[in-house]
Design a protein around this ligand. Structure first.
Ligand code: ADP
Length: 740
């Protein structure tokens, strides 16, 4: 570890919560639940300080943690290494980590690790040498490489690496020029502060509805204290404008306050960041997976210092070290992308509300299709709600129609029905744009041998390989495995017998290109446009009207505004309904109403056609009639009858192993050890729907309890009593979403 910024003399502290002299407790960002005690005879170190301490044979960076246990005898303790010159974690973040660990049943250290993910946040450079152009000295020896560097250099200071990169030369050329005096060295802050939001700037003048919503939330912010409030309004009704007002109010109230806007990663686009910048006259601190290491460090440090007052980020921004967080907005609160399924399993919307409660500040949720959990919280009075009923400037809601595929079937081997084809024809003739939506990447979801019926799967896995014709490969969307498409069936060796079954976006695009050869057609999915830059290009082209028909997966469903898009065709509206997932219907409703909401957002009215084989399904009927509340009511009743969330609690215990026998035995043993308790039901063990992935087999037990049962306490008593053998891994997923 770089010791450069360790101050061996810990800072003086006036913090009352400082650990007592003689001893400090340190929590490490490792999968351990408890802090460890160290001897320290200097000035007290406040809780939340970053420190270095010997752990095993290494020195590890951790955080001083408030300790509830009686002090260990100090003569046995190892000595603390020292503390970092960095702002300590705020007490509400410490409380949040403690709470989130208990709630998710992951060790506290694993949660702390999420706060400390930015590896050089504590040790990285405080100052950096950069170069600007200087007057060229007499007799400077010129080479092509030197010329390139001087052409790239200017008044804007650039690091040696950036300058060398821009000129396509090595850093030695840059340094050589600096030695020769043709470049001047200056010291710059590698993590420049963020410009403060301009709070004197006003947003647009609001409609009555919007004004009422903004005032209601403003009053909650004024009152202070925690409250969760839902902005419930159709797409385009101005939810974003309303929560911008809330952000402005929270930041105005306290000159040190910070606010966080959370978005699903996929909706976190450059246009959105620009929109925030336009509204507040300064770019927000961004936090998403596309940032470079240096950008991450800058956001992290500036958030910790309190300089970054407005952060716009994906779910993990919840774990940034805010100095004084006073408001969280969770946009698209219903979105499943808020559920993190790997590492520490958590739902960022739920944790955001808990963070607000522990920090005693308001949390604003926004959605056009709120989750049933949130709707029930509103109904039962735990959350407040404000509604925006109409689209801004009276843009009409799209007219939604179901196409019964049993009656109006496409031609054999085709996927577009006659009514949808007619609608696209009409749109093309008047120069308006169409979106064909299919939430399936690739060409065909299943490849089957016509001769022996063999289905192509990934090795050691039960997941189907998806044909990607563009690359001529078969790809597993679960493990990432891919292979060239073989010319013969690997089971029976029949040549040319492998047949694609069912459509993906590439196949619908093939059909569209044949049918409308003169139309400008583009495909958008996470793999036809890998990397956000090219994805952005397609989205920009769509916005600019340079595309007639866009064929897309859900990457196009969220947050985009295409003024000339007036038709949305959903190729397979039944797709999300298959499978035994608790939230399948709800998710289908949310996704499809979001997609159909893309149509007619500007002056022109829009329409949507949903191709379905089950027009009688309640979710589709509700979409067609626009009766969201009836749908939610039916969903609520169904879940209440079965005691599922939000009317009961649910947890999954997932077991994984390469050793199927050990897995089965452990699952049975675990089930047998489940303590009997009132209001608790243990279901399973059952195999996961895709049982094996890369040779790892997975089984699951579901624990369903009444709402008044302490689910975590039950699980912890149970799991403590069972020894899980080495080859089996156990994870707990509180309130599970995905059942793959
Ligand atoms: P939502 O978040 O509900 O989808 P937005 O806030 O994005 O809605 O609003 C949709 C569009 O209407 C945006 O382009 C937005 O700038 C515009 N808009 C909404 N409210 C107003 C307003 N009061 N004045 C001017 N433009 C508005």
């Amino acid at each position: 570890m770089n010791q450069g910024t360790l101050t061996q003399e810990p800072r003086k502290s006036e913090d009352a919560e400082a650990s007592g002299a003689g001893r400090v407790s340190v929590l490490f960002p490792l999968p351990l639940d408890k802090p460890f005690d160290y001897a320290w005879d200097g000035e007290p170190v406040p809780a939340g300080s970053f420190v270095a301490a010997p752990f095993g044979s290494r020195e590890v960076t951790g955080v001083v943690w408030p300790s509830e246990e009686p002090p260990a005898p100090s003569n046995k303790l190892k000595k603390l290494g020292g503390s970092y010159d960095a702002p300590p974690l705020a007490p509400d973040l410490i409380a949040f980590i403690d709470w989130a660990a208990a709630y998710t049943m992951f060790p506290k250290g694993a949660l702390l690790r999420m706060v400390m993910r930015v590896s050089d946040a504590l040790t990285g450079p405080r100052m950096q040498t950069a170069f600007v152009r200087a007057a060229a000295p007499e007799g400077l020896r010129m080479t092509a490489q030197r010329k390139a560097v001087l052409a790239a250099a200017g008044d804007e200071p650039l690091s040696a690496a950036d300058l060398a990169g821009a000129a396509g030369v090595s850093e030695t050329v840059v340094r050589g020029l600096a030695e020769a005096g043709a470049l001047a060295r200056i010291e710059v802050d590698p993590d420049p502060p963020f410009a403060p939001p301009d709070l004197t700037k006003n947003g647009p003048s609001l409609s009555d509805d919007q004004q009422f919503a903004a005032e209601t939330i403003g009053a909650i912010i004024d009152d202070g204290g925690h409250k969760a409030v839902l902005i419930d309004g159709v797409t385009g009704s101005g939810k974003t404008e309303v929560y911008f007002e809330a952000v402005a109010a929270a930041l105005k109230k306290d000159p040190e306050a910070q606010a966080l806007i959370l978005l699903p990663e996929i909706a976190l686009t450059l246009p959105f960041l620009k929109r925030v910048e336009t509204r507040f006259g300064a770019a927000p601190a961004p936090w998403h997976s596309d940032l470079t290491a240096a950008q991450r460090r800058r956001s992290w440090r500036r958030v910790a210092e309190g300089n970054a007052r407005l952060v716009v980020g994906a779910r993990s921004a919840l774990f940034l070290p805010f100095k004084k967080l006073r408001l969280i907005v969770v946009d698209e609160e219903h979105d499943n992308a808020y559920k993190q399924e790997e590492g520490v399993i958590y739902h960022a919307r739920d944790l955001a509300v808990a963070r607000g409660s522990l920090g005693d500040f308001p949390v604003v949720l926004a959605s056009a299709t709120p989750s049933l959990e949130t709707v029930v919280n509103v109904d039962e009075g735990r959350y407040e709600a404000v509604g925006l009923s109409a689209r801004f400037a009276d843009a009409a809601m799209p007219d939604i129609r179901l196409v019964d595929m049993r009656e109006e079937a496409p031609e054999a081997g085709r996927w577009l029905s006659p009514p949808l084809i007619d609608a696209v024809d009409q749109n093309l003739s008047v120069g308006e744009q169409s979106l064909l939506f299919l939430n399936r990447r690739g060409y065909a979801p299943l490849t089957l041998c016509r001769r022996c019926g063999h289905k192509m799967t990934a090795p050691g896995s039960d997941s189907m390989l998806v044909e990607h014709r563009f690359e001529n490969r078969l790809v597993c969307h679960h493990t990432g495995f891919s292979m060239p498409k073989p010319s013969a069936c690997p089971a029976c060796n029949a040549v040319d017998s492998l047949t694609p079954c069912g459509p993906g976006v590439e196949r619908v695009a093939e059909e569209a290109r044949e049918r409308w050869p003169d139309a400008r057609i583009a495909v958008l999915s996470s793999d036809t446009a890998p990397g956000t830059a090219s994805m952005r290009e397609v989205l920009e082209a769509m916005k600019a009207g340079e595309i007639d028909i866009l064929i897309a997966t859900q990457v196009a469903a969220k947050g985009h505004h295409f003024p000339n898009l007036t038709l949305v065709g959903v190729v397979d509206a039944d797709l999300g309904l298959a499978g035994g997932d608790l939230r399948a219907a709800e998710r289908t409703y949310q996704l499809l109403s979001q997609v159909t909401g893309r149509a007619g957002r500007a002056e022109k009215p829009g329409r949507a056609l949903l191709q379905t084989y089950q027009p009688q399904a309640p979710v589709l009927a509700a979409l067609a009639s626009g009766d969201r509340d009836a749908f939610l009511m039916a969903e609520a009743l169904g879940r209440r009858d079965l005691g599922f969330p939000p009317y009961g609690r649910l947890a999954a215990i997932v077991l994984r192993s390469l050793d199927e026998k050990a897995l089965e035995q452990t699952a049975r043993k675990l089930k047998a050890a489940a303590p009997g308790a009132d209001g608790v039901e243990v279901l399973g063990p059952a195999r996961a729907p895709i049982y094996r992935l890369r040779g790892v087999a997975r089984m699951r037990l579901l624990v369903k309890t009444r709402r008044n049962v302490n689910l975590q306490a039950y699980l912890s008593d149970w799991l403590k009593a069972v020894k899980i053998p080495g080859p089996v891994r156990l994870t707990v997923d509180i309130n599970p979403y995905s059942f793959l």
